[in-house]
Design a protein around this ligand. Sequence first.
Ligand code: ZN
Length: 241
Amino acid sequence: MEKHVLTIFAHPDDAETSAGGTLLTWAAAGARITLCIITDGDKGTADPTDRREQVIARRRQEQERAATRLGAQVLWLGYEDGLLQPTLQLRRDLVRVIRTVRPNLVMTHDPTVWFRHGVYINHPDHRAAGQAVLEAIYPAVKKPLAFPELLEEGLQPHVVEEVWLALTDHPDTFVDITGVLEEKLALIGAHASQFPPEPTRLAFTHFARETGERAGMEAAEGFRVLRQARQTVQAFADRLR
Ligand SMILES: [Zn+2]
């Protein structure tokens, strides 16, 4: 079956930084990839003279450039950067996206992560986005009577078979990105306003090698993977037989 991947992350650059090597590998194997970005990344500047519209335009352009490298389509939800909450409105918007795109795999943030590497407090938008995506996938995406207005829009229920949580503290699945590490660095480089080349190369090479060590690979990305079924109890029972 064709791998049809929908990534749903809070900001432009999240998909590339947390899973760029995996996405490049899947794209090369023929996967269809859609990148849904919840906010415009409109706080992504250190220059107080920048106007919001300028930042949005710059970041959208950078994201489209990265998407081209992946042969991916980009969907923008247009929420404001830095203020994201896992609201019912966001949940409904995400159910709409997932039922429209109908992917067999969704990748998002692990909403349980608060800290990374002893220097990084996880962005609150990442936790909010991860929570909202999981709450959309179960139960609303697969229950026809959840958000009945979506059914009226013609959006039928859907089962997402695999959910991949990126940048997790509890990875159970590793993807070898040794052969695409350089390409991943170039992919991140598409977001030039956010990532100065030298420290980016040093940091992301280190992350990839550190994750690789846990998996017996030279360079890797790690994920926590949840498998979904049309009927959860049936799928669990099948596994026990
Ligand atoms: Zn982010």
